[in-house]
Design a protein around this ligand. Structure first.
Ligand SMILES: [Mg+2]
Length: 116
């Protein structure tokens, strides 16, 4: 785990503890909250056509960043609760995905692994 990650997770947990929110931040509610924040991120793009999406990407940049942070905060807190090393989990998953999606079979293709 990187030092920056450790510092961030400590900040998040301090924020939660100071407000006595540990009692509410159980794995179920953390993952529900993560998904609700992901939905808030989705909502920014709802009903937008390609041109409007481009506009939203610049006009709503700060809002997008805030929702991304909300998702990441809940993800980090969820991982912390379960003792998951997020960096290690991502590393392992990239290796697994590489086996699932070998470059020679999927380069330039958007097909799912079972259709390659
Ligand atoms: Mg939000």
């Amino acid at each position: 785990m990187s030092q920056e990650y450790e510092i961030l997770i400590k900040k998040i947990m301090k924020f939660v503890e100071e407000r006595d929110w540990n009692q509410y931040h159980n794995p179920k509610d953390l993952i529900i909250s993560l998904n609700l924040e992901a939905a808030e991120l989705l909502e920014i793009f709802q009903w937008k056509d390609e041109k409007e999406v481009k506009q939203v990407l610049s006009d709503e940049r700060e809002h997008i960043e805030e929702e991304v942070a909300d998702v990441a905060i809940y993800l980090m807190e969820f991982c912390n609760y379960l003792g998951i090393d997020l960096y290690e989990a991502i590393d392992k998953k990239i290796v697994k995905n590489g086996i699932k999606y070998p470059v020679n079979k999927c380069k330039g293709s958007n097909k799912k692994y079972n259709e390659l």
